[in-house]
Design a protein around this ligand. Structure first.
Ligand SMILES: Cc1ncc(COP(=O)(O)O)c(C=O)c1O
Length: 459
């Protein structure tokens, strides 16, 4: 046990050193994956190494490939840091090593999920009796919720898809917005609904599904809306989509990977008005709730539709006492995934979630104002925490993105917006201060000026 304690102390020491470095650390990784492979790999060892040596190797070699995305100036993809309470809860739960699939195998696992589920539904103002599954992220949350949708709309036509499969089932009309996230199509593909066999609804200039352009919704049908366009942050008019639904064999789903959290804010919540009328919702916790990877939630108004799609029976499995997590998730054996969500919400409270969301939204506005004042073009309205900016033509914008990543003060990625190359700034971390925004803005402007000067010198 002494060895174990020493190992844990050493881990704390190394982790603390890393966390201490975050505020000033260069954001991009120092080494590429391919550079790290030889140092971490080589031949399959015949004999194992002591755990302390493995820890040292991971820290000393592996850390060179760490992106400081847990730090305050990472604005890539949509990435939250890990709130202190959620990080330490995750560590303790790892030590407990619970198989949190059932109440019998882990009372604490089942309990934290019940509490976390209630808190999330309340914070997002969604129906308190909805069913929920704690999954790995929004991709699996979409998959899980859409499995419930597929079951329900086909059951309304007398077909039990979970027993009979899709063979012989009535065809399901699947409707998506033109700007639906790429992973939603993957979820549809995994469900046998097809990535391409969808009816695409045109979007407006901000990437919002146009409710006036919806096709006639003939059941069985599933309409996949989005709260939070990954580029612009725009939210589909979910309430208006729900208005177009006239029968109960049409299901409305919301992919709210990050935008659903707007509902926790009194200032920005109106953007997501009507979302509560949908049948199911997918969201991430590792994005705006700032819990460690990987963590997402599928929520379904009719808990039985979710349970029906996901539950399983085997003679050795325990009879349900109250709520067994495995009845709601694609996985059976699994870690105690709800614990970080429980800890994050316990540490933030309702006010803290609201503050986090509002801070990041205001920080995004500050980025946009600073860039616009310097003469650069903001390509979409800044409604939430996303900013899209162009620095002249596509070539110049790509050069700025590359230059910002190399500079290392902050990290922003690229995308394409209505056919133009854009830099994406996603402000999603609890750790980002006003000073981090100013430092990052100054670095971006410096790189952009360099790119402009070099182009001028060449041209
Ligand atoms: C709208 C939307 N849906 C789904 C996803 C996929 O999320 P994850 O990578 O957590 O599975 C994202 C990721 O950015 C997203 O923005």
């Amino acid at each position: 046990m002494n060895d174990m304690r020493e190992l844990l102390d050493e881990t704390v020491e190394r982790a603390a050193r890393f966390l201490d470095s975050l505020p000033e650390r260069r954001v991009a990784a120092a080494r590429t994956a391919q550079e790290l492979v030889p140092a971490l790999g080589g031949e399959l060892p015949r004999k194992g190494l002591p755990a302390a040596d493995i820890l040292a190797r991971l820290d000393e070699i592996g850390v060179q490939g760490v992106v400081a995305s847990a730090g305050p100036r990472y604005f890539g993809f949509v990435t939250g840091g890990a709130l202190p309470a959620s990080l330490v809860a995750s560590w303790l739960a790892a030590a407990w090593d619970q198989n949190a699939f059932s109440e019998v195998s882990s009372p604490v696992g089942a309990a934290v999920e019940q509490v976390a589920m209630r808190w999330v539904l309340e914070a997002l103002d969604l129906p308190a009796d909805a069913g929920a599954a704690f999954v790995t992220g929004a991709t699996m949350a979409n998959f899980t919720a859409l499995a419930a949708a597929r079951r329900a709309v086909l059951l309304a036509h007398g077909h039990d898809v979970d027993r009979q499969g899709l063979q012989g089932a009535p065809e399901i009309m699947v409707v998506v917005g033109e700007h639906a996230h790429a992973t939603l199509f993957k979820a549809l593909g995994m469900l046998g609904l097809g990535r391409d066999r969808v009816s695409r609804v045109p979007v407006d200039g901000q990437g919002r599904m146009r409710a006036d352009a919806l096709p006639d919704l003939e059941g069985p049908a599933i309409v996949c809306t989005q709260a939070g366009n990954v580029n612009s942050g725009a939210l589909d008019p979910v309430g208006a989509v729900c208005d177009a639904v006239r029968s109960d064999d049409v299901w409305v789903h919301v992919d709210g990977a990050f935008g659903l959290w707007a509902r926790a804010s009194s200032r920005f919540g109106d953007l997501a008005a009507g979302v509560e009328r949908a049948d199911s919702w997918a969201t991430d916790a590792h994005k705006w709730l700032n819990v460690p990877y990987d963590s997402g939630l599928a929520m379904v108004r009719d808990a039985d539709a979710l349970r029906g799609a996901m539950s399983v029976h085997a003679d050795y499995l325990p009879d349900r006492i109250h709520r067994d997590p495995y009845e709601f998730t694609p996985e059976t054996s699994r870690r105690m995934r709800g614990v970080e969500i429980w800890a994050a919400i316990a540490s933030l409270g309702r006010d803290g979630i609201e503050e986090l969301v509002e801070h990041n939204c205001l920080q995004a506005r500050r980025f946009a104002a600073g860039l616009r004042d310097a003469g650069w073009e903001i390509l979409a309205d800044v409604v939430l925490n996303q900013v899209l900016v162009a620095f002249g033509d596509d070539r110049a914008t790509a050069d700025v993105i590359e230059g910002v990543q190399r500079d290392g003060t902050c990290w922003c990625g690229g995308t394409s917006w209505h056919g133009r190359t854009a830099m994406r700034i996603s402000v999603s971390s609890w750790a980002t201060t006003g000073n981090d925004v100013e430092r990052s803005l100054a670095a971006i402007l410096r790189v952009a000026e360099d790119v402009r000067a070099r182009a001028g010198a060449q041209g």
